[in-house]
Design a protein around this ligand. Structure first.
Ligand code: AMP
Length: 284
């Protein structure tokens, strides 16, 4: 397994592999690996000759009040896990390597960023699309793998790839959960045992909405209210948003259709968690 920290070396390595005819898959990450990250890597490996990952806690996608400094990091543990999964190349640049002095260019996807997390984290997606676009140019993948846990991010990246004609296939991987249903996240490390119990309300509320849909309920307001009430019945929770929306445009809907996205962001103590599920007509 090769570990690369320079942009120049990464570009030369990727170019040489492409000239050899190798198919390259990339899994971009911020590190502190859990099974969700490892699952993305396994999917990437199954689709490519060379599996590349990036580990970079991207400062430009955090606002000044967010947890950039506290974000959990474990480069040595991550490298050991990556080796076990069979990663071929780890790209781990410094912030200075990624953002040269005088840096002033960004990539902005205009509309799908204006809903859900884009409302409470207004600069997040511009930072994310810019860094992912840079990683695509540095690492030259044919395929890039993202988690459906960050559904909006997957939507925004897919839109960017389409709009900028990037010759990269985007693969989305279903959310990996622990045995109690909590979506795995590096930020779960912030939760104490009491908060973790409350955090289970996110998945429980998704299941409740799914049951309501299966029972014929189609009024988004009623479903959202039930979701909110379930979450708020757990201590330490504070809802950022509960949205029932179109799974492509992410625009809120009033009446549920054949396929709908239910997306949540909830503070549990000082930790902001997100989760989502597609609520769809099982007959379709
Ligand atoms: P992060 O390191 O949190 O930026 O995540 C890196 C990638 O892993 C993103 O594409 C995430 O959507 C994905 N990911 C994070 N958690 C999970 C999970 N529980 N299941 C599936 N994918 C995940």
């Amino acid at each position: 397994m090769q570990i690369i920290s320079s942009v120049d070396q990464m570009q030369k390595t990727a170019e040489a592999l492409r000239l050899e005819g190798k198919i390259l898959a990339l899994v971009p990450t911020m590190g502190f690996f859990h099974e969700g990250h490892l699952e993305l890597m396994r999917v990437g490996k199954a689709h490519a000759d060379q599996l590349m990952i990036s580990i970079f806690v991207n400062p430009t996608q955090f606002s000044p009040t967010e947890d950039f400094d506290q974000y959990p990091r474990d480069p040595e543990g991550d490298i050991a896990k990556a080796r076990q999964v069979g990663v071929d190349i780890v790209f781990m640049p410094s912030a200075e390597e990624m953002y040269a002095p005088g840096y002033q260019t960004s990539v902005l996807v205009h509309h799908v960023t204006q809903h859900l997390c884009g409302l409470s984290r207004p600069t997040f997606f511009e930072g994310a699309t810019t860094v992912v676009c840079k990683l695509f140019h540095i690492m030259k993948p044919h395929i890039a793998v993202f988690g459906q846990k960050d559904y909006q991010q997957l939507t925004v990246i897919s839109r960017m790839v389409m709009d900028l004609d990037l010759d990269i296939r985007i693969i989305g991987v279903p959310t990996v959960r622990d045995n109690e249903g909590l979506a795995l996240s590096s930020r779960n490390a912030y939760l104490n045992p009491e908060e973790k119990k409350s955090a289970l309300s996110l998945k429980k509320s998704l299941d409740l909405a799914d049951e309501m849909f299966a029972a014929g309920k189609r009024n988004a307001f009623i479903i959202k209210k039930a979701v909110q009430d379930l979450i708020e019945s757990h201590p330490y929770t504070k809802i950022d948003y509960v949205s029932v929306c179109d799974p492509v445009t992410l625009e809120e809907v009033e009446t549920l259709d054949k396929e709908n996205l239910l997306a949540l962001a909830v503070w549990v103590g000082k930790t902001r968690l997100i989760d989502n599920c597609l609520i769809r007509d099982k007959k379709v």
